[in-house]
Design a protein around this ligand. Structure first.
Ligand code: ZN
Length: 244
């Protein structure tokens, strides 16, 4: 069984299309939330994802606010502006679909579980070793895939916790050793924040117990032009070019 791992698309259709086109053959797609917010294509991204076969999808914090089932007050100024625009833009059908997405964590099989922020709370960020330790206590599968920070990260825990990558900008292959727990963020498809503007995603081979965290360049200029044309804050377009 091979999975494409996608997180934080954030209404960036160009980044999603590039990711789907460059992913190798796979049997399923794991989508870790934040389909919308920040970008200018919320309906097109939802339509594309709804059309994927064998996708397991959980919601992110932007999906909840965009669908009107969570409060916008926790958002910063930029996120608030964008999600208010998104909520008005969503078709009623897509808003209902978004509102019905399940929360993480969700177990996929005996190896993998997925969550948006942390396995114990979908909205909590895993930024450092301390956060990772707390999160690992709440996992019940050997591999927990998360998103939310928009920064690729790989933690392994056997007798102690270690951050093992990925090296910036490089394709990173992890073989999942038996008896070890892993906590992995494959990065953000639609709004990377690690200084690399390319879309980040993962490819997981369950049978080979192998996970690859990798990148693909996409048409940033096209995504930026749509953000500007939609009247969204210009900084949301600018940040895509620098991956911040
Ligand atoms: Zn996000």
């Amino acid at each position: 069984m091979k999975y494409l791992v996608v997180s934080d698309v954030h209404a960036n259709l160009e980044a999603l299309e590039a990711t789907l086109a460059s992913a190798g053959p796979h049997d399923g797609v794991l989508i870790l939330g934040d389909l919308v917010g920040y970008g200018a294509d919320p309906n097109a991204v939802i339509d594309r994802i709804r059309g994927l076969r064998h996708a397991t999808i959980i919601r992110g914090n932007h999906d909840k606010v965009g669908a009107g089932i969570d409060d916008v007050e926790a958002f910063n100024h930029l996120a608030k502006h964008a999600i208010t625009w998104t909520a008005a833009e969503l078709t009623p059908a897509n808003r209902s679909w978004l509102a019905a997405l399940p929360a993480g964590p969700q177990n996929i099989d005996s190896l993998v579980e997925i969550c948006h922020g942390s396995p114990f709370d979908e909205d909590v960020y895993i930024f450092d070793d301390l956060d990772a330790r707390r999160a690992l206590l709440a996992t019940d599968r050997p591999l927990c895939l998360f998103g939310h920070t928009h920064v690729p990260a790989v933690y392994r825990f056997d007798t102690d916790l270690r951050s093992v990558g990925p090296p910036r900008g490089e394709t990173f292959r992890i073989s999942l050793d038996p008896g070890v727990k892993y906590l992995v963020n494959c990065g953000a498809v639609g709004q990377p924040r690690d200084g690399d503007p390319r879309a980040a995603f993962g490819m997981l081979d369950v049978d080979k117990r192998a996970l690859v965290v990798t990148r693909v360049a996409y048409d940033v200029a096209a995504a930026q032009a749509k953000i500007i044309a939609a009247g969204l804050p210009e900084v949301l377009a600018q940040r895509l070019a620098i991956g911040r």
